[in-house]
Design a protein around this ligand. Structure first.
Ligand SMILES: Nc1ncnc2c1ncn2[C@@H]1O[C@H](COP(=O)(O)OP(=O)(O)O)[C@@H](O)[C@H]1O
Ligand SMILES: [Mg+2]
Length: 510
């Protein structure tokens, strides 16, 4: 007998239907899996045999052929264990069940018949829904994640025995449902808050500007000045995730196998802080069995590169294009696909190898040559993609000792939200979402300067020896500052503040 069972594979961010065709016929006992299976799929035979025995079934001593269609795409991972097993059970007439043409099966089996969780369930269930399937059978560990998709019945499966009992009608599995509105409606909860950072008003203001315009930001200061502390708190002042953003971020985490335990969805803006030894592939994504990298895991959130000069040069270089485009493109023999990476980059660094160059209380022990070498590790083109550079001085004793409670993240976020609202309306239909995405041509249209602002920018341009790129970045940042101030026109005070966020260029990289 021949049966067809639906399952799913992943290509980039999207699922594609895999049809598992099983033929059990008389003849010399043999078992073949064809249709470009990779090693884990070929090895599934041993897992399936053992799991079937545990559940009280046998692999028939007949000629078994399993074809994974479409035949020209390489099938990866172990998530085909479950559909292959169901195919075998039905084709060998050990299990009689109703029509399975609108059902999809996903899951890995362990030797004792338990169904283990797999990666990428959300995009695969979305594909099931789009292809007109009405029910999906997924590992119980992934059931809530699958239930995010409305319109399909989700069965979380614990063991093969439980599944066969369900299919034959002996004991039905209760479908998994979640109240997505309720889960999504819960306010994003962060364990950090800006009110914990004392003093550092200038730096907090710069971070507010960065958050309001979606600008990348570089923090430079001595060890212990609070750079890491400040960066961690950036997500708390970004606007709440929209449902679509949350869905995209969840998809990426699901594909990467990085879903937090017990959470059906990513509800807060991601904050990723890879160690500086991270490889280029781990940062940007790819590999032989392609997975999203850190830059995509940070999609819709913050990628924090702590101690920027310590990162490998090749790792930083591969980030340049994705930073610009908001997507990582991965090319394979079978074609290319992409992972989104719409992120805010926050980088931190010491001003020199010892960390105290320019510090008021410590002497720097580095030679100018060493400092030069240290700074030169960061390439100009990467620096060019960071709109705000800000110095984080060591915190003052009076600030630490102060009883004044600093402003909370919630109250900063209100201003950020207002500024973002202005941008959303301004850029509607133009393909960009925040001031950080302004192209030079758009700057001309959207950044209208008052006369004083104009002459101030001209003077700074001459005296600071600004490049054309630097000029554009000052304009973009000034646009954000004006938006925060609710001003349509860019005034001198906005330009003055924006110029200040570029002064480090001159101090350190002159
Ligand atoms: N402005 C500040 N207010 C409160 N605590 C601070 C402040 N700056 C630094 N700290 C304390 O110092 C610690 C070290 O800061 P950290 O962010 O690791 O510094 P850096 O990354 O610049 O080396 C923080 O965990 C925090 O406890
Ligand atoms: Mg640090």
């Amino acid at each position: 007998m021949i049966t067809k069972i639906n399952s799913c594979g992943l290509r980039g961010m999207d699922g594609y239907i895999i049809s598992v065709e099983t033929s059990v016929s008389g003849g010399f006992p043999a078992w073949e899996i064809v249709g470009l299976p990779d090693a884990p799929v070929r090895e599934s035979k041993e897992r399936i045999r053992s799991a079937m025995n545990t559940a009280g079934y046998v692999v028939p001593g007949k000629r078994i052929v399993i074809n994974l269609a479409p035949a020209d795409v390489k099938k990866e991972g172990a998530c085909l264990d479950l559909p292959i097993t169901v195919g075998l059970l039905t084709a060998s007439e050990q299990v009689f069940c109703g029509n399975l043409s609108k059902a999809m099966f996903l899951g890995e089996l362990s030797l004792d018949g338990a169904v283990r969780g797999v990666d990428g369930v959300l995009p695969m269930v979305i594909k099931a829904y789009q292809s007109g399937m009405t029910e999906v059978y997924v590992p119980e560990a992934n059931a809530e994640e699958a239930a995010v998709v409305e319109g399909v019945t989700v069965y979380g499966v614990k063991t093969l025995k439980q599944l066969s009992d369900h299919l034959t009608g002996r004991a039905r599995i209760r479908p998994t449902t979640i109240d997505i509105k309720d889960i999504f409606g819960r306010a994003a909860a962060y364990s950090y808050d800006f009110s914990e950072v004392k003093g550092q008003e200038n730096v907090k203001r710069a971070m507010e500007v960065a958050a309001a315009g979606g600008h990348n930001i570089l923090l430079i200061g001595p060890p212990g000045s609070g750079k890491t502390m400040l960066a961690q708190r950036l997500p708390t002042i970004l606007p709440d995730l929209t449902f679509d953003e949350a869905l995209e971020s969840t998809k990426i985490h699901s594909i990467a196998g990085m879903m937090p335990k017990g959470a059906p969805m990513i509800l807060t803006r991601p904050f990723r802080s890879p160690h500086h030894t991270v490889s280029a592939v781990a940062l940007s994504g790819g590999g032989s069995n392609p997975k999203p990298g850190e830059i995509s895991l940070s999609h819709n959130g913050v990628l924090f590169l702590d101690e920027l000069p310590e990162f490998r040069k090749d790792a930083l270089e591969v980030m340049r294009q994705p930073l610009e485009d908001g997507v990582v493109t991965i090319t394979r023999v079978q074609g290319s696909f992409s992972y989104p990476c719409n992120i805010m980059l926050v980088a931190s660094m010491n001003p020199c190898p010892c960390g105290y160059h320019g510090d008021k209380k410590h002497d720097c022990t580095c030679t100018p040559k060493k400092i030069q070498h240290y700074l030169s590790k960061i390439s100009g083109p990467l620096l060019d993609r960071i709109d705000l550079h800000i110095e984080v001085p060591a915190v003052e004793y009076d600030d630490l000792d102060s009883r004044v409670k600093p402003e909370s993240s919630a109250s900063i976020k209100e201003r950020v939200n207002r500024a973002r609202q202005i941008q959303t309306e301004r850029f509607r239909g133009s393909g960009i979402y925040s001031n950080s995405g302004l192209t030079p041509a758009m700057c001309e249209k959207y950044c209208v300067l008052s006369r004083e602002a104009n002459s101030m920018l001209r003077a700074a341009f001459e005296s600071m020896g600004m490049s054309g790129r630097a000029y554009n970045r000052v304009l973009k940042v000034a646009r954000t500052i004006a938006d925060l101030g609710g001003s349509e026109r860019i005034e001198a005070e906005h330009i003055a503040e924006a110029i200040q966020y570029r002064s480090l260029d001159r101090k350190f990289w002159a």
